[in-house]
Design a protein around this ligand. Structure first.
Ligand code: NAD
Length: 295
């Protein structure tokens, strides 16, 4: 069992740290928010008074923070205090450029590093069923895998530093686009007098089949566990989809890729967010699509 520092105890980091405790690791945790530190303590973690104090003596450091600027700031702060033979993992969703910069910082301090963003949402974080998409050297990935297995069920090595973030934003660009496509198909079906169930029965076993339809169906009924049956409570909030599609567009611009549907999807979710629906599950985008007919 390892000595682990966990920094960032929010919606995702809190339950992830709790799962490491459950797996028998010695976890020292820190967040800027006192209530989250208290929660981690009642989940069995030791609490540090700062990020730097948390990493003292840690074999593995994990960060789960909002964005690239927070990750770079925390890594800059803690790396001088991290042991040379330690491993540092960032599981936040951040821009590829910042992820690469973070790897370079770790290398400067002689510390192995992995970018390991996740999919699976808060439900996956609680149930320890997350998918981790990892970027980093082979040795760093080999060291990270056993500990990530305590928080997830699928751990994929995607390539060198930054490759995990690249995989995450490419995947979420598919997801953002496909959910709008599925929503549009249901709205067209409604106008054509075709029932939701009939479209589902055909498309779920035909070439229109995709995760947005069969696991996360945006209309109530066909998939009882989808957020559509629960008032579009997230799940994965629309404002997080805006974040990921914006990261995808930033990466496309930097890398010289042209992704017209990714860009249009970003604009559609931004409009939904701007209309006050950022906290709604992203599958609620069907309501925005439906409302377009009235305009
Ligand atoms: P969150 O805002 O709930 O948690 C982030 C935490 O980081 C906060 O508690 C904040 O206080 C803490 N923090 C910020 N700066 C800090 C610092 N300098 N030192 C210590 N703590 C600091 O966010 P979340 O939902 O837990 O998401 C975390 C990351 O995971 C994000 O990058 C997000 O995009 C990604 N993600 C979220 C989900 C989801 O469904 N929530 C799913 C996949 C990926």
């Amino acid at each position: 069992m390892a000595t682990i520092a966990f920094i960032g105890l929010g919606n995702m980091g809190g339950p992830m740290a709790a799962n490491l405790v459950k797996a028998g690791h010695k976890v020292t945790a820190f967040d800027l928010v006192a209530a989250l530190r208290n929660q981690a303590q009642s989940d069995g973690a030791a609490i540090a008074e700062s990020s730097v104090a948390a990493v003292k003596g840690a074999e593995i450091v994990i960060t789960m923070l909002p964005a690239g600027k927070h990750v770079l700031s925390v890594w800059n702060e803690v790396l001088p205090a991290v042991a040379e033979d330690a491993l540092i993992i960032d599981s936040s969703t951040i821009d590829v450029e910042s992820a690469r910069e973070a790897h370079a910082l770790a290398a400067k301090h002689g510390v192995l590093s992995v970018d390991a963003p996740v999919s699976g949402g808060t439900g996956g974080a609680k149930a320890a069923t997350l998918t981790f998409m990892c970027g980093g050297e082979e040795a760093a990935f080999a060291a990270a895998k056993p500990v990530l297995e305590n928080m997830g069920k699928k751990i994929v090595h995607c390539g060198v530093g930054g490759a995990g973030q690249a995989a995450k934003i490419c995947n979420n660009m598919i997801l953002g686009i496909s959910m709008i496509g599925v929503g549009e198909a249901f709205v067209l079906a409604e106008k054509l007098g075709l029932s939701h169930q009939a479209l589902f029965d055909v498309a779920s076993t035909s070439s229109g089949q995709c995760w947005s339809l069969t696991t996360y169906c945006p209309v109530p009924g066909p998939v009882p566990t989808s957020p559509a049956n629960n008032g579009y409570k997230p799940g994965f909030a629309a404002n997080l989809m805006v974040k990921d599609l914006t990261l995808a567009q930033d990466a496309a611009n930097t890398a010289g890729a042209v992704t017209p549907l990714g860009k249009h999807a970003q604009e559609i979710y931004q409009a939904f967010d701007a209309a006050g629906h950022g906290g709604v599950d992203f599958s609620g985008i069907i309501q925005h699509v439906r409302a377009l007919a009235g305009k």
